[in-house]
Ligand binder design. Structure first.
Ligand code: SDX
Length: 429
C-alpha cells in the first residue's frame, strides 16, 4: 500500500486520491471514491488502463515478455513442472510437497467421470455442432447435476466445485469431440495421468487398444500448462463479473467458455491455423502482411499482437520450440504450415508496421501447429484452450469470492443518447 496520493484538478475541484503500490508492475490510483467526491466517472473502454481487482495469482510484464504464476516463470514451469502441479500452485499459492501433490492428483483423478445422465445432453446437439458450443452447453448444465457444490458461500462446496471442474473438463471436451465425429464416448481411466487420459478419451476406439505416446502426452501436458492462467484477460474477467452476482461456479465457467471462443481471444488458435493454411505457401506471405496493415481491410494476422505483451509472448517461445520437437518426433516432414508460420513470423517482425505497434507472435501462433500434428482438428483447438484455462478461471474465481472487498461488478458509462423527451402518439409521428 503506497502512502502517496494523486491530485486531480478540474473545474473548481481539487481531488486527492490514494495510490497503491503493487509487488510488481505500475502503481495504481484508487478512484473508488472519485464519483462521490467529484461527481465524475473515469472512461476506459476495453480497460486498457484500469485494474479491476487486486490479485496474487499471475503477473505479466508485457514489456519484458515475462509471465509469472505465483512468482514462478512460465518457461521454468513448462520445462520442470507439469499441469496438475501448476494447478495446485495456482489454486493454493505454493508448490506442493510430494504428499500434497499425490493427494491433489488423487482427488482430481477420482472426479474425472461425469454424471451418466449428462450423456443425453450431447445427443441434443447436431453432429456438426462446434465442440465449443457443446462444451458451453454441457458445462452450464453441470449446475443441474452437481447441486451439492453450487453454494459459493460454503468454502467446502467451492473446493469441491473447483476439483470437479478441473477433473471433468477433459472428459467433457473429449466427449464433445467424439460426438462430432460420430464415435462412442471413452470413459476416463484412473491409471493414466491427466494429459494421457485426455488423449486416450479423444483417440481411443473400441476396436483396438490405444497406447499413449509419451512424447505426445508430454507435449499435451505442456500445452495445458502454457494456457493455464493469464491475469485478467477477457474470459477471466467474464468469469469474475458473472461470479460477482453470486452465480454458481458452473454457470460462471460456462460464461468464460463463451467469451474465450471469440477469434480475438481463445478462438485465435483455430483462426491462426486456418489463416496459415489459406496463405498456403511462403510466396503469398507479403500479400497477407499487406492486408494486415491495410486500415480498410478488417483482416488481422491471427496469432499476432496482444493487449499486454509488447514483446514476445513467453508462451509462444516455448511453443515454437515444442513445435519443432513434436513435428520432428512425429516424423512430420517439412510441414508446409510450420514453414509458412516461421517465414511469416520472420517477415512480420522485420516489417516497421509490426515493430512500431509492438506486435509479436502470441500463445495462439504456434499452438495450432502442434495440436494439428497431434491429430486434433482445428475445431478442437479452442476447447483445449478452455480445458487448460479452467484452472485459471477457477483460481481467480476462488480468490475473488474469498475477498471481503468483493461486491457485484457494475461499470458506469459515458451516456451519449437522447436526454429526456415525451412520448409521441403514432398519429403525430
Ligand atoms: C489471447 O488477454 C490475454 O491475456 C489473452 C490471452 C490469454 O492467455 O488469455 O493471451 C489469449 O487472446 C491472445 C490473443 C489472440 N488473438 C489474436 O491473435 C487475434 C489477432 N490479434 C488482435 O486481434 C489484437 O492484437 C488483440 C485483440 C490480441 C489485442 O488487441 P488490442 O490490445 O485491443 O490492440 P488493438 O486492437 O488496439 O491494436 C493496436 C493496433 C491497431 O492499429 P491502430 O488502430 O493503432 O492503427 O495494432 C493493430 C491494430 O489494428 N493490430 C494488428 C494486429 N493486432 C493489433 N494489426 C494487424 N494484425 C494484428 N494481429
Amino acid at each position: 500500500m503506497a502512502d502517496k496520493t494523486a491530485k486531480l484538478i478540474f473545474d473548481d475541484k481539487e481531488i486527492e486520491l490514494p495510490m497503491m503500490s503493487p509487488t510488481a508492475g505500475p502503481d495504481v490510483i484508487d478512484i473508488s471514491k472519485l464519483y462521490a467526491q467529484g461527481n465524475v466517472f473515469t472512461y476506459d473502454p476495453g480497460f486498457t488502463s484500469t485494474a479491476a481487482c487486486d490479485s496474487t495469482i499471475t503477473y505479466i510484464d508485457g514489456g519484458k515478455g515475462e509471465l509469472l504464476h505465483r512468482g514462478y516463470p512460465i518457461d521454468q514451469l513448462a520445462k520442470d513442472s507439469h499441469y496438475l502441479e501448476v494447478c495446485y500452485l495456482l489454486l493454493y499459492g505454493e508448490l506442493p510437497s510430494a504428499a500434497q501433490l499425490e493427494d491433489f492428483e488423487s482427488r482430481v483423478t477420482n472426479h474425472t467421470m461425469i454424471h451418466e445422465q449428462m450423456m443425453f445432453l450431447f445427443r441434443g446437439f447436431r453432429r456438426d455442432a462446434h465442440p465449443m458450443a457443446i462444451m458451453n452447453g454441457v458445462v452450464g448444465a453441470m449446475s443441474a447435476f452437481y447441486h451439492d457444490s453450487t453454494d459459493i458461500s460454503d468454502p467446502w462446496q467451492r473446493e469441491v466445485a473447483s476439483i470437479r471442474m478441473i477433473a471433468k473438463m477433459p472428459t467433457i471436451a473429449a466427449m464433445a469431440y467424439k460426438f462430432t465425429i460420430g464415435q462412442p464416448f471413452v470413459y476416463p481411466r484412473n491409471d493414466l495421468d491427466y494429459a494421457s487420459n485426455f488423449l486416450r478419451m479423444c483417440f481411443s476406439v473400441p476396436c483396438e487398444d490405444y497406447q499413449v505416446n509419451p512424447i505426445l502426452s508430454r507435449a499435451m501436458d505442456r500445452i495445458f500448462t502454457l494456457h493455464a492462467d493469464h491475469e485478467q484477460n477477457a474470459s477471466t474477467s467474464t468469469v469474475r463479473l458473472a461470479s460477482s452476482s453470486g452465480a454458481n461456479p458452473f454457470a460462471c465457467i460456462a460464461a468464460g467458455i463463451a467469451c474465450l471462443w471469440g477469434p480475438a481471444h481463445g478462438g485465435a488458435n483455430q483462426a491462426c491455423l486456418e489463416m496459415l493454411r489459406e496463405i498456403g505457401t511462403v510466396d503469398r506471405i507479403p500479400e497477407f502482411i499487406a492486408r494486415a496493415k491495410d486500415k480498410n481491410d478488417p483482416f488481422r494476422l491471427m496469432g499476432f499482437g496482444h493487449r499486454v505483451y509488447k514483446n514476445f509472448d513467453p508462451r509462444a517461445k516455448v511453443l515454437k520450440q515444442s513445435a519443432d520437437e513434436v513435428l520432428d518426433l512425429l516424423g512430420v516432414e517439412d510441414n508446409a504450415v510450420l514453414q509458412v508460420a516461421k517465414e511469416l513470423e520472420k517477415q512480420a517482425l522485420a516489417d516497421p508496421y509490426f515493430a512500431e505497434k509492438k506486435l509479436f507472435p502470441n500463445v495462439d501462433f504456434y499452438s495450432g501447429i502442434i495440436l494439428e500434428a497431434m491429430g486434433f482438428p482445428t475445431s478442437m483447438f479452442t476447447p483445449i484452450f478452455a480445458l487448460s484455462r479452467t484452472v485459471g478461471w477457477i483460481s481467480q474465481w476462488k480468490e475473488m469470492i474469498a475477498d471481503p472487498k468483493m461486491k457485484i461488478g457494475r461499470p458506469r458509462q459515458l451516456y451519449q443518447g437522447e436526454t429526456l423527451r415525451n412520448y409521441v402518439d403514432i398519429e403525430k409521428r
